[in-house]
Design a protein around this ligand. Structure first.
Ligand code: FDA
Length: 392
């Protein structure tokens, strides 16, 4: 039986970072994955360019049952550390928007960088390898794999969340946590488009393809980014962001011209030309079909000269205080991440080690720490992988 100091299950962002760091410390490391290639989610991330971190990363960009849990890892291995690694490998990058850093070339460069670092540190990478069983021994753990049996002192669970099952996401990490007596916070799809009931969709579907810069809120949380009408409902960055905070039964509030007083806009337009239609004025600021839909929804068919103050306020509300109740989300099929996961109460925030099972570590998305859209989830994978790499 082959024996290692460290076995990492999952050659994704977190697992590879952990393997590199453990290798640097002279630990013998096996990182294994059931997929045929490492880092498949990195490959498809950021539209193929990988939004690998965010220069503004701070603990407030994360959701967790314990919002303080991520502070230690994020401060020990920061976005600047990962940027330095990217620069050492000569990978060109740019800031797209809101601090989001993307490769100029391809996400493949990030995978190549990680794989070459793994090789330089002498760690082994085994793909197309299934884990059939994991058991605890006096010395550590024994894993029954499709390729044989291996033993290790430290076992790192880095198998990610449930999103995109088509790419091999399994929820196996949660099963392992449960097997070893750790609590798992209920999981749900996050950073995911929202869907609507048939009646609402009838109204929304003709708008599919239109996009606006919107402010979308749920409860006390708000995001100002693009919003996209789709055939199934609403999507785009602002909707994906709010989906992490939305729960069934909640309404979301949307401002499609945030910061603009639409009633005043209509009054000003009336002073210039009272014979214009409402939708004509709105179409100067919104896509034409959307402007038309707003006018129809408020039931106004006269021109500006005929509008009462109340009607102007109604138009303002239809544009900037649109309240709508999503029926659900597109689910794990398209969700970028999984909310919830291994309960942070059971983990040491400095090492990611299970408090009740010495030698067992959980890192990356499988843990109940979920970032906003914009490179934060990879930064959590790098940071949590790095701290575990110092401790295994
Ligand atoms: P990750 O999912 O990367 O890796 C887990 C690994 O474990 C996989 O290789 C999987 O095959 C393996 N595995 C699973 N079960 C196993 C089992 N039973 N046995 C063996 N191996 C197993 N984030 C971001 O910050 N910027 C971005 O641009 C994007 N873009 C993006 C696009 C899309 C389409 C998605 C779906 C997601 C993103 N994300 C993102 C989120 C980001 O991809 C995610 O948060 C990280 O990949 C999480 O890293 P992990 O290493 O924890 O899991």
């Amino acid at each position: 039986m082959q024996s290692y100091d460290v076995v990492v299950i999952g050659a994704g962002a977190a697992g590879m970072m952990c393997a590199i760091e453990a290798g640097k410390r002279g630990r013998s490391v096996l990182v294994l994955d059931h997929a045929a290639k490492p880092g498949e989610k990195i490959r498809i991330s950021g539209g193929g360019r990988c939004n690998f971190t965010n220069i503004h990363t701070s603990p407030k960009n994360f959701l967790s049952g314990n919002p303080h849990f991520c502070i230690s890892a994020l401060s020990r291995y920061t976005q600047r550390d990962f940027i330095a690694l990217v620069e050492r490998h000569g990978i060109a990058y740019h800031e797209k928007t809101l601090g989001q850093l993307f490769c100029d070339g391809s996400a493949r460069q990030i995978i190549d960088m990680l794989v070459s670092e793994i090789q330089d540190r002498g760690a082994e990478l085994a793909v197309s390898t299934e884990v059939r069983d994991v058991s605890r021994t006096a010395e550590g753990f024994t894993l029954s794999l499709s390729s044989g049996t291996v033993a290790c002192q430290s076992l790192v669970v880095a198998c990610g969340g449930k999103s995109i099952p088509k790419m091999g996401a399994t929820g196996f990490g949660y099963e392992l946590a449960t097997q070893f007596g750790l609590a798992v916070v209920e999981t749900r799809p996050a950073l995911v488009p929202l869907t609507f009931d048939a009646r609402t969709l009838e109204r929304l579907a003709p708008l599919a393809g239109n996009a606006v810069d919107a402010e979308v809120g749920c409860g006390k949380t708000r995001f100002s980014e693009a919003m996209l009408f789709t055939h199934r409902g609403l999507s785009g960055p602002s909707i994906l962001q709010i989906s992490s905070y939305w729960r069934e039964g909640d309404e979301i509030r949307i401002a499609m011209l945030p910061g603009m007083d639409v009633a005043e806009l209509l009054r000003a337009a009336r002073r210039v030309n009272g014979r214009q239609a409402v939708q004509t004025v709105l179409a100067n600021h919104l896509p034409k079909r959307l402007a038309q839909a707003v006018a129809e929804r408020t039931g106004i068919d006269g021109n500006l000269a005929d509008l009462t103050d109340v009607q102007m306020k109604n138009v303002d509300a239809a544009v900037n205080d649109w309240r709508i109740k999503p029926a659900g989300s597109e689910g794990y099929r398209t969700a970028e991440v999984t909310l919830g996961g291994v309960d942070t109460n059971g983990l040491d925030q400095k090492t990611m080690q299970a408090k009740s099972v010495p030698g067992l570590f959980f890192i990356g998305e499988v843990v109940d720490v979920t970032g906003w859209l914009g490179g934060y989830n990879f930064q959590w994978a790098w940071s949590s992988g790095w701290v575990a790499g110092q401790a295994v």
